[in-house]
Design a protein around this ligand. Structure first.
Ligand code: NAI
Length: 397
C-alpha cells in the first residue's frame, strides 16, 4: 500500500502509519541520548497521542522510566482510503516500545470530556496501576466539547476580540502567502471557546481523581499554556484562545485549593510555539513560526515538542533550572520571548511577501517538514515497507 500526504488548507488528512512509528522511535532516541533523570513513576497524560502530550509521555517513560496511562481521541484504519489518524499509530508505537522496556503503557481511546472516560481511567488506576498517580499532565487540544452534565456540545472559535485582525497568512496546501482577515468573536463565541479550551475539564478530572483517592501525596498536575508576544497578541493572547488560557490560570488556583490537603500542586507551564496540528490552523501563526524558527535555529534555541518537553521535565520541573513568573507559571518559553529573538523575528516577518516566504530567508521548509512529520511523512530514518490494510487493522492500541 502507498501512503500519500494529503493536506487541505493547513489540515493534514493523509497519514503514513509506518512513518508515525519511526517518528515515535526518533523521539525515543532523542530522550535516551540525554540519559536518565529522576521523576515520578506513575503518570496520567490526558491528550497523549500527539505533539506536546506525546512528547511528555516519551520523555517521562524513556527518560525517567515512568509507567504511563495515555488518554486520547483517535481513529483507527477502516480501509485503504480511510487509514484513521496519526495519533492512533503513535499510541501503538509508543506502547510497543515502552512494553519492550518493561514499562506499563496503557492507552484509552475515548472522549476525555465525558464522565465515563474519567471513571474508566480511575478504575484502571485502582485495579491495575498500583492505586495512585503522582503526575497528571493535561495536554488536550480540541475544537469541540460536549458538556458531560448537560449533553450540550460547544465549538471553539479562533477569533480576535474587539477589532478584526488583518495580516499575512500561509496556505500550505497551495504553498501560498495571502492576506487573511480574522473577524472579532461574539460574546457567545468567546464563552464557547473558554468552555472547550479553558480549564473546566482539567478541574473536573482533578476533582474526580481526588474524590476517587487515586492521587498520591504531593501530586503534581501540569497544563500547557501559551502567552506569546506582541507579534501574535492580536490573534492569540488578545483573542478567544487567550481567554481560554486565562481561564486555565483561574482553574489552576481552584485545583491548588483542592489539592492542598495532599500537598498537591497545579502548575501552568507556558510552553513555546511549536508545529502541531492544533497550532497549524491558527490564522497568521505559521508566518510567525517561520520567522521565529529561522531566528531561533540560528541562535541554536529552536525546539521541537520532544526537545521542549524533555527540557521542561528533565531540567525545569524535576531539575534545578526552573524559571517562574510572578504568577507562579513555569516559563520555558523564555527562549522564544528573548528580546533579541523577538526583534529579529519581527524584522524578518515584516519583509515577507508571496515571492520570498518559502525561500531560505525563512524556516518555511523546516515548518513544512515538522508539519509533515506529525502525519508520518518526511520522517528521518524512515524505511519504506510493504504493508496491507489488514495488517494495519490488526495492530492493537
Ligand atoms: P494536538 O492537537 O497535537 O494534541 C491534542 C491531543 O488531545 C491529542 O492527543 C488528541 O487525541 C487529544 N484530544 C483531543 N480531543 C480529545 C477528546 N475529546 N478526548 C480525548 N483526547 C482528545 O495539540 P497540541 O498542540 O500538542 O496542544 C496541547 C496543549 O498544548 C494545548 O493546550 C495547547 O494550547 C498547548 N500549547 C500548544 C502550543 C503550540 O504551539 N502548539 C504552544 C503552547 C501550548
Amino acid at each position: 500500500m502507498k501512503f500519500k500526504q494529503n493536506i487541505r488548507g493547513n489540515v493534514a488528512l493523509g497519514v503514513n502509519p509506518l512513518g508515525c512509528k519511526q517518528e515515535v522511535l526518533n523521539q525515543i532516541d532523542y530522550v535516551k541520548s540525554k540519559g536518565h533523570y529522576d521523576a515520578p513513576k506513575k503518570v496520567l497524560i490526558i491528550g497523549a497521542s500527539s505533539s506536546y502530550g506525546l512528547a511528555t509521555r516519551i520523555s517521562l517513560a524513556f527518560g525517567a522510566g515512568a509507567d504511563t496511562i495515555g488518554v486520547s481521541f483517535e481513529k483507527g484504519p477502516k480501509s485503504e482510503r480511510n487509514l484513521g489518524t496519526a495519533g492512533w499509530y503513535n499510541n501503538i508505537a509508543f506502547r510497543e516500545a515502552a512494553e519492550k522496556e518493561g514499562l506499563v503503557a496503557k492507552n484509552f481511546v475515548t472522549d476525555a470530556f465525558s464522565h465515563d472516560a474519567k471513571q474508566e481511567v480511575i478504575d484502571y488506576i485502582k485495579n491495575e496501576f498500583g492505586g495512585k498517580v503522582d503526575l497528571v499532565v493535561y495536554s488536550l487540544a480540541s475544537g469541540r466539547r460536549t458538556d458531560p452534565d448537560t449533553g450540550e456540545t460547544y465549538t471553539s472559535s479562533i477569533k480576535a476580540i474587539g477589532d478584526k485582525v488583518v495580516g499575512p497568512n500561509i496556505n500550505m496546501q497551495k504553498e501560498e502567502f495571502f492576506i487573511d482577515t480574522l473577524e472579532p468573536a461574539t460574546e457567545q463565541e468567546i464563552a464557547d471557546t473558554v468552555k472547550v479550551m479553558g480549564g473546566e475539564d482539567w478541574e473536573l478530572w482533578m476533582k474526580a481523581l481526588k474524590e476517587a483517592d487515586v492521587l498520591s501525596e504531593g501530586v503534581l498536575t501540569t497544563n500547557y499554556s501559551y502567552l506569546g508576544t506582541e507579534l501574535n497578541r492580536p490573534y492569540y493572547g488578545g483573542g478567544t484562545l487567550g481567554q481560554a488560557k486565562a481561564d486555565c490560570d483561574v482553574k489552576a488556583d481552584n485545583i491548588n485549593k483542592l489539592l492542598a490537603d495532599i500537598n498537591g500542586k497545579a502548575q501552568i507551564v507556558v510552553a513555546t510555539a511549536v508545529t502541531t496540528k492544533a497550532s497549524s490552523v491558527i490564522p497568521f501563526f505559521i508566518v510567525y513560526c517561520i520567522g521565529l524558527y529561522k531566528v531561533m535555529s540560528e541562535k541554536g534555541t529552536h525546539e521541537t515538542p520532544i526537545m521542549h518537553q524533555d527540557r521542561i521535565y528533565r531540567e525545569m520541573i524535576y531539575g534545578d533550572k526552573p524559571e517562574y513568573d510572578d504568577e507562579g507559571r513555569l516559563r520555558p518559553d523564555s527562549w522564544e520571548l528573548d528580546s533579541d529573538t523577538q526583534a529579529e523575528t519581527e524584522e524578518l516577518i515584516m519583509k515577507l511577501n508571496e515571492d520570498n516566504f518559502n525561500n531560505d530567508m525563512t524556516a518555511y521548509d523546516l515548518f513544512y517538514k515538522e508539519f509533515s512529520n506529525l502525519s508520518g511523512f518526511m520522517v528521518d530514518n524512515y524505511v519504506d515497507e510493504d504493508i496491507t490494510i489488514d495488517e494495519l487493522k490488526s495492530w492493537e492500541y
